[in-house]
Design a protein. Structure first.
Length: 447
């Protein structure tokens, strides 16, 4: 079975008011249980029994605190204690022989101060399917402006790492590396024994420079570090109310599917939005997304973008527009769990059109293809989900997928809807629709 390394050698200076420098940060209790105990339980649940613990600060205390937990769960822990700080990746070479003795040619890495609840089998399968050097778990969060970010291509391959203190100002997609990785054992050839190395700042960028493939494993599952008292409090609340357990992808979750133009941002009739400067959020849109996040629901955009097929908008330009969307939402503590767009258009005859995208597809609304993609990739409970839109295309797609359908008076205001394709309810704007739905279908208790 695959093996795992828990990185638990940091000083934990940001959370020292809780640990008092008496215990390593991996042993900081959450509801009376060390945070690393939740990780051990997760690993045991997925049949992972052999674990390397990379210790450092208070290494003896870490061993004494973790060993009884491991014995109760039937786990085998091997401790490797750094004599000097070697960063998140620098100490792994000590455990090379242990970690290379694994099935599948790969192993997991989890940082010891991260609260995580996710389907580990999907992550492992993803790396093996991609045959990559690494799969980096990535997700959106409510504070992307002070987080490290990733830049990826359409296939999910990582193009660049954007550390929070080193990236250029501007708009960026809300895609945060989450301190959980699945790594090929071939990565040991790139590790320097006894030399400090950080995964995000050193090792992964070095792999990219040498044309090694690294993929982002996108997930909406529970991943939250405890690097501050505020985040510690959120983790404690989420465990207590059951939100953390509910967000494993083995469980179905309700979602709010949202059209983009006319719902979240100003509609531009005719040619649509074809530049970053033309994109402007509607009042209340960020608060609406934040309310979805707070309720434990999934926020998923499904948008037709026919300008790509028409040749008047490139994928790069569209990605820049969505980077602005992510950045402006993130600045207000909101995030999208996923954004899907359809680039196709069935009608021909446009100057500069792309022949490869001029086709009849299953993803272009009013067909429900993007909704069903979200259902599969995010484990959505369609019967408990809704779509919010401003046109008959949105309502028809939602109805075809079995969603509750809500219209808004912004944008086209559903004025194109026929008598037999009216939304279930109409609202003045997206915030009013979200507030109604959150009250109608409560998910996990809000903070």
């Amino acid at each position: 079975m695959i093996r795992t390394a828990i990185i638990a050698g940091g000083l934990g200076t940001r959370i020292r008011s809780l640990s008092g420098d008496r215990i390593p940060k991996a042993l900081v209790p959450v509801l009376g249980v060390p945070i690393v105990a939740y990780q051990l339980r997760l690993l045991a649940r997925y049949g992972i029994r052999d674990i390397a613990v990379m210790g450092g600060h208070k290494g003896d205390v870490l061993r004494e605190g973790m060993q009884p937990l491991a014995e109760d769960l039937g786990l085998n822990l091997e401790f490797f204690v750094e004599q000097e700080l070697l960063g998140t990746a620098g100490g792994l070479s000590q455990a090379r022989q242990f970690l290379e003795t694994t099935s599948g040619g790969d192993f997991l890495v989890i940082y010891g101060d991260v609260a995580v609840e996710m389907d580990l089998s999907r992550l492992i399968s993803f790396r093996r399917e991609k045959k990559s050097m690494a799969a980096v778990v990535a997700h959106p969060n409510d504070h992307p402006l002070d987080s490290d970010l990733l830049q990826i291509n359409a296939d999910g391959q990582i193009l660049n790492f954007l550390p929070k203190k080193q990236r250029a100002p501007g708009y960026h997609r809300n895609l945060v590396p989450a301190s959980v990785y699945c790594l090929s054992t071939e990565i040991f050839a790139w590790l320097k024994s006894g030399v400090p190395q950080d995964f995000i700042k050193d090792l992964f960028p070095e792999l990219l420079k040498n044309n090694q493939k690294i993929y982002a494993y996108l997930t909406a599952e529970y991943l939250k570090d405890m690097g501050s008292l505020q985040r510690y409090g959120k983790v404690e609340h989420d465990i207590r109310c059951g939100r953390m357990a509910s967000m494993n992808q083995e469980n179905l979750r309700p979602a709010v599917f949202l059209d983009r133009d006319g719902v979240l941002n100003r509609e531009i009739p005719g040619n649509g939005i074809r530049s970053v400067d033309a994109f402007h959020l509607l009042p209340g849109a960020a608060e609406a997304i934040r309310r979805i996040n707070q309720a434990g629901l999934l926020a998923v955009v499904v948008t037709n973008q026919p300008n790509i097929a028409k040749g008047t908008l490139s994928e790069q330009e569209l990605d820049a527009i969505h980077a602005k969307l992510d950045t402006e939402l993130g600045s207000e503590g909101a995030y999208l769990d996923r954004l899907y767009y359809c680039p196709h258009h069935p009608e021909k005859g446009f100057a500069g059109e792309r022949a490869d995208l001029k086709l009849v597809c299953t993803c272009r609304k009013p067909l429900p293809g993007m909704i069903h993609r979200g259902e599969k990739e995010l484990s959505v409970d369609l019967a408990k989900s809704c779509i919010i839109g401003d046109s008959v295309r949105d309502i028809a797609a939602g109805r075809a997928a079995g969603l509750h359908t809500y219209g808004v008076k912004t944008g086209f205001g559903c004025k194109d809807a026929s008598l037999n394709m009216q939304p279930d309810l109409m609202f003045d704007n997206v915030l009013d629709a979200v507030l109604f739905f959150v009250e109608k279908i409560p998910a996990v208790q809000q903070p």
